[in-house]
Write a protein that binds this ligand. Structure first.
Ligand code: ZN
Length: 139
């Protein structure tokens, strides 16, 4: 019943797009920061962003909303690339965290290669498999 009414209500209205998601998420972050830092201006900004995203969602001027979103798309792609980088970084971090009790990780000063050595061997000479640089480290 409610679903049908909602569907009828949404006919001819624009709905959610990438810009809409971005506005909503930014509004949530702003309101979170506002309550954490006690900054009133941020909660005003959050409200403005939220009202704008709701206005876009229920707007009947779909052409204008589509064009707005098209203008926003290059930024959206930049943002998603940024998040992909963060994801990649976390994936690299994962094995280091998993092996933190048994292994130590060093970075080769010459070629930036990651070197993984067992822990608890005292001071040892590590040679980089890639560029043969030798370094002495405590493990
Ligand atoms: Zn190296």
């Amino acid at each position: 019943m409610f679903r049908q009414k909602l569907q009828q209500f949404m006919i001819g209205r624009y709905g959610v797009d990438q810009l809409g998601i971005f506005l909503t998420v930014t509004a949530l972050i702003c309101s979170l920061l506002a309550s954490l830092l006690g900054l009133g201006i941020l909660s005003v900004l959050a409200t403005v962003l939220l009202v704008y995203s709701i206005f876009r969602m229920y707007s009947r001027n779909t052409t204008a909303r589509y064009q707005e979103n098209q203008k926003f798309m290059p930024y959206w792609r930049k943002i998603s690339r940024f998040f992909l980088k963060i994801k990649h970084w976390f994936q690299q971090l994962q094995p280091k965290w998993r092996d933190r009790k048994t292994h130590r990780y060093f970075t080769c000063p010459t070629c930036q290669q990651t070197l993984r050595v067992p822990k608890g061997k005292g001071k040892i000479k590590i040679s980089c498999p890639k560029c043969k640089t030798e370094l002495i480290r405590k493990t």
